[in-house]
Design a protein around this ligand. Structure first.
Ligand code: VNL
Length: 389
């Protein structure tokens, strides 16, 4: 009796561990943890860890395991890592993608393997069109640039020079700003594009100053804003009477406080501010800082946090099933309250719909923040909206 009992117990243990092994859902998280965009990797990694600390690691009876890989910001490496994660680790999701070329490099793999690709950072409009398995929790540059153009016209700015990083999101920012600004009667004096790698802004700032615009509209990706502002000040543009306006990528919460008081008063538009006034955001910022030696979350962190939410809620909806089509069906139309405000995934485009806030850099409790003062609610990506009409 005793022996039979022991054998039964041993068999049960074996079965249980086999079931447990099956019940792990793996998420391949590919981020630039080193290289020029390392701050984006650091922010998203911290946010994903916080999401799991707050919500636990078990979803629909399965254990969610995140496998973090560093692509150093190089697309060939992103692609190889994605392939390995799909083939060797059998991940149910691919997630992360700190820059547009990195997100695009993985799109064919997502399509072929039928694995959802959750874009937590990159912001070029076309990304979601590269695979039916892509969904985005970050933003598009058109989402923030069109409201910036609108605000500029309404506030007496008539002539603008644009200065953007010369790749996908920069071109989107330049074009969508200019289109709206010109449609409302404004003039674009110069459209300047600066190399993404090792940018030297000085010659472009000289051109901008020579054109004597009312304002300089700027996009550089997260992590590059401080260097831009340093050169802006070194060339004396802060005292030239040319107003600095930007997407919130420039006045990045990760760097803003170190940029100095020269930033006070800079108007910019974006999807997230660490100073966003809501109970959900206060709890998020406090927990994030506590877990990360006081580091302030930026818009990349919130993209990572919401990307993890999408993974968890999709799994809940499928009852833990990891079939790619079922997960994508669950993702489409999902809506929730993010630390940034209310958001949803457009069921037609799989892109994010979110509020865009007009903000002014100001001091709060001795620190520089983007203080929101106007809200454009439920903004769909304007580039895709225009294509539809
Ligand atoms: C991108 C767009 C990257 C906006 C960013 O920071 C950003 C991109 C790294 O699509 O590459 O702020």
């Amino acid at each position: 009796m005793l022996r039979r009992g022991l054998i039964a117990a041993a068999a049960a243990t074996l079965l249980a561990s086999a079931a447990q092994a099956q019940e792990t859902v793996k998420v391949g998280l590919i981020l630039p943890m080193t290289g020029p965009s390392a701050s984006t990797g650091k922010q998203i990694d911290a946010a994903v860890k916080l999401y799991q600390a707050v919500n636990g690691t078990t979803v629909a009876g399965k254990k969610v395991e995140v496998i973090l890989k560093d692509d150093t910001g190089v697309a060939d490496i992103t692609k190889r890592l994605a392939q390995e994660l799909v083939v060797n680790d059998k991940v149910a999701f691919l997630a992360g993608f700190g820059l547009t070329p990195l997100a695009l490099a993985v799109a064919p793999i997502a399509t072929q393997a039928r694995v959802p690709e959750i874009v937590m950072a990159a912001g070029t409009s076309t990304i979601t069109e590269a695979s039916p398995f892509i969904a985005r929790t970050s933003f598009t540059l058109a989402q923030s640039s069109v409201p910036m153009a609108d605000w500029s016209i309404k506030n007496g700015i008539k002539k603008v020079v644009t200065l953007v990083s010369d790749y996908g999101p920069g071109i989107d920012a330049e074009k969508s700003f200019a289109e709206k600004f010109k449609a409302e009667g404004g003039t674009i004096a110069e459209s300047l594009r600066v190399p993404l790698r090792n940018p030297d802004f000085a010659p472009f700032l000289q051109k901008a100053a020579d054109a004597k615009p009312d304002a300089l509209f700027v996009f550089v990706p997260s992590g590059f804003g401080a260097q831009f502002v340093k050169q802006f000040v070194e060339r004396g543009l802060d005292k030239s009477g040319i107003k600095l306006i930007a997407t919130g990528d420039v006045t990045d919460d990760d760097q803003l406080n170190g940029m100095g008081d020269v930033m006070i008063g800079v108007i910019n538009t974006h999807n997230y501010s660490a100073a966003h006034d809501s109970p959900a955001n206060k709890a998020f910022v406090e927990a994030f800082k506590k877990a990360n030696n006081g580091m302030r979350p930026n818009f990349m962190a919130v993209g990572g946090y919401d990307g993890m939410h999408l993974v968890y809620e999709a799994l809940k909806k499928t009852g833990g099933a990891t079939d790619g089509e079922k997960l994508m069906a669950a993702i489409k139309g999902m809506a929730w309250e993010s630390p940034r405000g209310p958001i949803s995934i457009d069921p037609d485009t799989r892109d994010i719909i979110q509020n865009i806030y007009v903000r002014k850099v100001d001091k709060q409790n001795g620190e520089l923040y983007n203080v929101e003062f106007a809200t454009i609610p439920n903004v769909k990506d304007p580039v895709k909206a225009a294509k539809k009409n």
